[in-house]
Design a protein around this ligand. Structure first.
Ligand SMILES: [Zn+2]
Length: 252
């Protein structure tokens, strides 16, 4: 089933071939843990794909000069977004305990919340502001926030928490993980993520090669910390928040 979904996603051009291979591994780990794990992953993936289709042309026109990658998810992106969830699923297979559900749902909610924030935020016409300096930044800049994007982040976290609740998981750790993860994503994106500039156009970008064809130069942040590393870190923070929420708010 996981393979069939990955092939369908690749046909629909939401996954690159490497991304589809990775998604199959991630999906298989989830299905082995139970159909509820698989359903959560599918809910995340379907909602993200639908949201990225929504107004795709408008969003690409707004952000293509800034963002590093386009619509297809490659292997690294799949792992950054679903890797921890799959690891929690594998741990659940070995040692079934609701604690893995709070960790997994927290991690996946972080990815959901961040994806929804980006997709809904870039759909709105508002100029983002840096979450740290509050200065206006170009649409697509990591760490840039808008009201629409923030509402999207909350909606994404609540969505994943709601789907989790449908399958009898606790919703609160998931929602908490989502909010913590997407906030961390913005803060890390603004503070640490590698920043680059096109020497020809003098425009800020995350691309290694600018849309004009010129190689870009680093201007700040941690050089090796790209958008995928920030996503993976944020997913880990979401997992930790889910774990903390699961232990704090509910009786064992
Ligand atoms: Zn350029």
């Amino acid at each position: 089933m996981a393979l069939a979904i990955a092939i369908a996603a690749q046909r629909a051009r939401s996954l690159s071939p490497g991304g589809a291979a990775c998604a199959t591994v991630v999906g298989t780990a989830c299905v082995a843990a139970g159909w509820d794990w698989g359903a959560l992953l599918i809910a995340f993936f379907l909602a993200s794909t639908l949201l990225s289709r929504l107004g795709r042309r408008v969003k690409e026109a707004r952000t293509s000069a800034i963002v590093e990658k386009g619509g297809e998810r490659d292997a690294i992106q799949v792992l950054a977004n679903g890797g921890l969830f799959a690891a929690a699923a594998a741990a659940f297979v070995l040692h079934p305990s609701p604690v893995w559900q709070t960790i997994g749902a927290g991690a996946l909610a972080a990815s959901t919340s961040d994806t929804w924030a980006t997709e809904i935020g870039t759909l709105g016409a508002a100029t983002p502001r840096s979450i740290l300096t509050w200065r206006p930044v170009p649409p697509g800049t990591s760490g840039g926030v808008t009201i629409a994007g923030t509402l999207g982040a909350v909606a994404g976290a609540v969505f994943l928490g709601g789907v989790a609740a449908l399958f009898g998981w606790r919703a609160a750790p998931a929602v908490l993980g989502g909010l913590a993860g997407s906030t961390a994503d913005s803060v890390l994106g603004a503070a640490l993520q590698s920043r680059r500039q096109c020497p020809t156009c003098h425009l800020a970008t995350e691309r290694l090669v600018h849309t004009c064809g010129a190689p870009t130069i680093p201007t700040g942040g941690v050089a090796w910390l790209n958008n995928d590393s920030v996503n993976a870190l944020s997913s880990a923070i979401g997992a930790a928040a889910g774990f903390w929420g699961g232990g704090t708010w509910t009786p064992r």
